[in-house]
Write a protein that binds this ligand. Structure first.
Ligand SMILES: CSC[C@@H](O)[C@@H](O)C(=O)COP(=O)(O)O
Ligand SMILES: [Zn+2]
Length: 227
């Protein structure tokens, strides 16, 4: 765990309000995830794309519950830090792919909750027709209405699961073509969840809704497996 403070990853001008606001949002989001226990050790990463196109992301190896604005660094759309020798999140490509493909402005959050980890390793409810992903299916839950376009519990939403891969570029290539078809976000097997939104608050709301639903599924599977 690397909690020592590096030189600033981005040196914002005192008047760079947009950057300072984005960094503050990321720091606050990290604390909120930590309070829920969704970013154990140094797990998780958080980013924000500003209206001017700049991308702010957590640097690699920090505890997300103890971030400072200096732990938020700038990367380009290829995931490269704009200041040399500062290492952005190892999973930056998964964030920048979202910004490149479907989210011109917004926020991306990655967490490692127990429910996301356990359920992604469990039997899937559904499989894509081409076999490229499994999925967890949610239906009948009032909380489905927390997701965009949903106005009834009588709906069914799926959360795709992709196999984990330490080669993040390869993982990004596998997931990228499906990004427009993930109404809730996606899971990486045995690893965690990715969600996004047009603002940090929207991404956080999506994550909270999704974590609630995952916790419900986990509890129901425990009940169903009782003799
Ligand atoms: C603590 S292991 C988790 C990491 O391997 C990774 O999955 C993760 O979420 C955090 O990586 P990071 O490079 O700090 O953004
Ligand atoms: Zn991770």
């Amino acid at each position: 765990m690397n909690q020592s403070k590096p030189a600033a990853g981005h040196a914002p001008a005192a008047s760079d309000d947009a950057w300072l606001t984005a960094a503050d949002e990321i720091v606050a989001a990290g604390r909120r995830l930590d309070r829920h226990g969704w970013v154990p050790a140094t797990a998780g990463n958080i980013s924000r794309r500003l209206p001017d196109g700049r991308i702010a992301i957590t640097r690699s190896g920090c505890h997300k519950g103890f971030l400072t604005p200096q732990d938020v660094i700038e990367v380009d759309l290829d995931g490269l830090a704009t200041i040399p020798r500062i290492r952005p999140s190892a999973e930056t490509r998964l964030h920048t792919d979202l910004y490149r493909r479907i989210l011109p402005e917004g926020a991306v959050i990655h967490g490692h909750s127990v429910a996301a980890t356990v359920l992604s390793m469990h039997e899937p409810d559904r499989r894509s027709s081409d076999g490229s992903w499994d999925a967890i299916e949610f239906s009948g839950y009032e909380l489905l209405k927390a997701f965009e376009g949903q106005d009834t519990h009588q709906a069914s939403l799926h959360l795709p699961i992709y196999d984990n891969d330490q080669d993040i570029a390869r993982l990004a290539e596998l997931i990228s073509p499906d990004l427009g078809k993930c109404p809730m976000g996606y899971l990486i097997r045995g690893h965690g969840v990715y969600v996004w939104g047009r603002t940090m608050d929207m991404a956080l709301a999506r994550l909270e809704g999704l974590e609630f639903l995952l916790a419900c599924v986990l509890e129901r599977r425990k009940l169903e497996s009782r003799p």
